[in-house]
Ligand binder design. Structure first.
Ligand code: 5GP
Ligand code: MG
Length: 186
């Protein structure tokens, strides 16, 4: 199914809006008991995780704190070096606290490893992670830190929607779809 018939770059819907909402409710119910009575700090990796964070905190059965860090690595559809931007007061927010990193998609694992390395240096009580989508890469599983919880395992396509973009577009789609760039030379 092509959800936007006027946009030839959008392909099949991999995860519908309904399935996303149901899975996020399940993730919140599965993860929250780990933090019972310990109010976790959810560190969202922006911008891609904005939609996931918003739905996750509303599905969470207890109060949580949230912090945003920014990571950028993709240039169009190609991965590159990870650039992190951390808020100046991050240490006060995470030191001695149970910390859960919230990321949109795990591809090479470079982003999650970089974010966790930066957070470990700030002395959290413990550090875990949840990613909404885990890509099955052609070359087998990636090296590096693996997430503690995963929403959906998806095939190795470049995807957009539900927070994920292509050059700033498609973050607003309520579902996850395959994207096929129609640029020349790619
Ligand atoms: P990794 O560092 O694990 O290779 O990739 C993680 C980051 O790259 C994600 O947080 C996301 O921002 C971006 N990314 C990876 N795969 C995709 C994809 O298929 N589509 C989009 N839009 N971004 C992706
Ligand atoms: Mg990201």
């Amino acid at each position: 199914m092509n959800p936007e018939p006027n946009d030839p770059a959008l392909g099949d819907v991999l995860v519908s809006a309904d399935r996303l909402q149901r899975r996020i409710l399940g993730l919140a119910a599965a993860i929250a008991p780990t933090y019972a009575g310990r109010r976790p700090v959810l560190v969202a990796v922006m911008q891609g995780s904005a939609a996931f964070l918003a739905d996750l905190v509303r599905a969470w059965p207890e109060p949580v704190d949230t912090v945003h860090v920014a990571a950028e690595s993709y240039d169009g559809t190609r991965p590159g070096r990870v650039r992190l931007t951390l808020p100046p007061d991050l240490r006060q927010q995470v030191a001695g606290r149970p910390v859960l990193v919230v990321d949109d998609i795990y591809d090479t694992g470079a982003t999650l490893s970089e974010v966790c390395r930066a957070l470990e240096a700030l002395g959290p009580a413990d550090l875990r992670s949840v990613v909404l989508f885990l890509k099955h890469r052609a070359g087998g599983p990636p090296a590096g830190r693996s997430p503690d919880w995963v929403g959906f395992e998806i095939p190795d396509h470049f995807v957009v929607g539900y927070g994920l973009d292509y050059r700033g577009r498609y973050r607003d789609l309520p579902y996850l779809a395959v994207f096929r760039p129609v640029e020349s030379g790619r």
